[in-house]
Every structure is written in C-alpha cells, then in structure tokens.
Design a protein around this ligand. Structure first.
Ligand code: ATP
Length: 235
C-alpha cells in the first residue's frame, strides 16, 4: 500500500499541496485528475523524494518515504516516470533504459532479465536500441520513458501524463501498455489530462484542484459524476 497522509508542499510562500490524503492498494490502478497546475506533478515529485514535504507522511508498506533519498525510494520499489519524459536525446535507447537500472547495477543478471522483459513489452525498442532516443517518434520516446521506469523494477509506478502530446492511436497503445503493466501486478498511480481513457482502466480516482483533493471515488462513480464529466471529459 502506498499512502499519503496530510501531505503539504510549499514552493516558497506558495502552498502547492495542502493536506493531501491519497492511497493506492497493492495492485490497484489509481488515477489523479486535475487541470494544469492543480498539483499532480507535485504529488509525484514528493513521493519520489525530489520535492520536500513541509508536513505529512508518505508510507510505502511499513516504510516512511519522507526524508529518504530518491535513489533509496527507487530501490524500495517506488519509481517515477516524469512528465515530459526527460530522456537523454543524444544517447541511445539502450543507454537511456539502462539508466533506469542504476540502483540495481550490481545485479547484472537481474538487470539483463528486466531488459528482456522491457523489450518483450516494447519490441520496437529492441529494434531501435542503438538509435539516439531523440530520433524516435513521440510515442516511441514515451515507451522509452516507461521502459526506463520499468528497469527500476517498480512495485509502484508513478506515471505523470504519459499520453501528453501523442496522437490518438498512440495514446491507445500507451494506455494498453499501462493496463498490461498493472495486470502483471504493479501498482500504478497515473496522472492524466485524458480523463476518459484513464478512468476506463482505473480502479479508483482522485480529483485535485489547487492543491486540494476535492473528490474521490471508484471508476464508475467518477465516470458517471456530472461535475467530472463537465470539467474533465467534456460530455
Ligand atoms: P501540470 O500538468 O501543468 O504539470 P500539475 O497538476 O502537475 O500541472 P504542479 O506541476 O504540481 O501541477 O504545480 C502545482 C502548482 O505549483 C502550480 O501552481 C505550479 O505553478 C506551482 N509550481 C510547481 N513547481 C513549482 C516550483 N518549482 N516553484 C514554484 N511554483 C511551482
């Protein structure tokens, strides 16, 4: 279980997250919905130790993540796939993927096995493994970003806007892959603007506005909620 309790984050005098409470049970796929600037990325950055929480607790199983080094958080199984992919465009696909395995670098056979699993999930990345990441299409680059996160062997995967800027057909492929990853047992926390597609594969979701969680519910509850439909689905 990943559980945030009363997590607040400040950027200077600006309160970006105010007493946020969210959780994802083991194996769940939980969606975070919210407009630009609502605080979704701030949640992920704080869970992965890149932002400092002003107060609150973030537990993964029995471990408290607040105050831990980001590399230790990855080592313990919580891996962040950031918004905008953050690849190294001048490095090969393979090298980008291997960066995700840095915390496991001493376990060479394990890393090799995970790499094979990533190539099985994304055969195109095997084909393009020697190409510079920057030469790939947007969808393929997103697959590199997800593949790199998988190289960290997540038990819980934080996916920040994976469908951003992608063509509809590619968006579908990305969502299919996310569902597959989740069905293989990985807990997924997914921040998405593409609310309909995200809710379709989610078990539960939260709506965040101005740093506050304003709604929480099951897939059905949110898909049928008029406010959510108006604000995020456009129907
Ligand atoms: P987006 O999808 O646009 O990234 P988001 O929901 O992920 O939106 P955050 O990036 O978490 O939102 O931003 C939450 C708020 O905090 C916004 O008002 C943003 O401008 C502000 N913010 C984010 N990072 C910083 C920072 N480093 N310094 C100051 N303010 C920040």
């Amino acid at each position: 279980m990943l559980r945030l309790e009363n997590v607040s984050v400040n950027y200077g005098s600006f309160r970006a997250l105010d007493n946020v409470n969210i959780h994802a049970k083991d194996g769940e796929l939980v969606v975070l919905l919210g407009a630009n600037g609502a605080g979704k990325s701030s949640i992920f950055l704080t869970v992965s130790g890149l932002n400092k929480a002003a107060s609150g607790s973030i537990k993964f199983g029995n471990k408290e993540l607040v105050g831990m080094q980001p590399s230790q958080i990855v080592h313990d199984g919580v891996v962040h796939c950031p918004e905008g992919r953050k690849l190294f465009p001048g490095m090969s696909v393979l090298k980008n993927l291997m960066l995700g395995a840095y915390v496991h670098r001493k376990d060479k056979p394990g890393v090799q096995k995970t790499l094979e699993e990533v190539f099985e999930l994304f055969p195109i990345l095997h084909e393009k493994r020697e190409a510079n990441a920057g030469s790939l299409s947007g969808g393929q680059q997103q697959m590199v970003a997800i593949g790199r996160a998988l190289m960290g062997r997540p038990k819980a995967l934080l996916l920040d806007e994976p469908s951003l800027g992608l063509a509809p057909l590619v968006v579908k492929q990305v969502f299919d892959v996310i569902q597959k990853i989740n069905r293989s047992g990985t807990t997924v926390l997914l921040a998405e603007q593409n609310a309909f597609a995200a809710l379709k594969i989610a078990s539960r979701a939260y709506v965040i506005e101005n740093g506050h969680i304003v709604m929480e519910g099951s897939q059905d509850e949110l898909l049928n909620n008029e406010q959510v439909r108006k604000a995020y689905i456009g129907a």
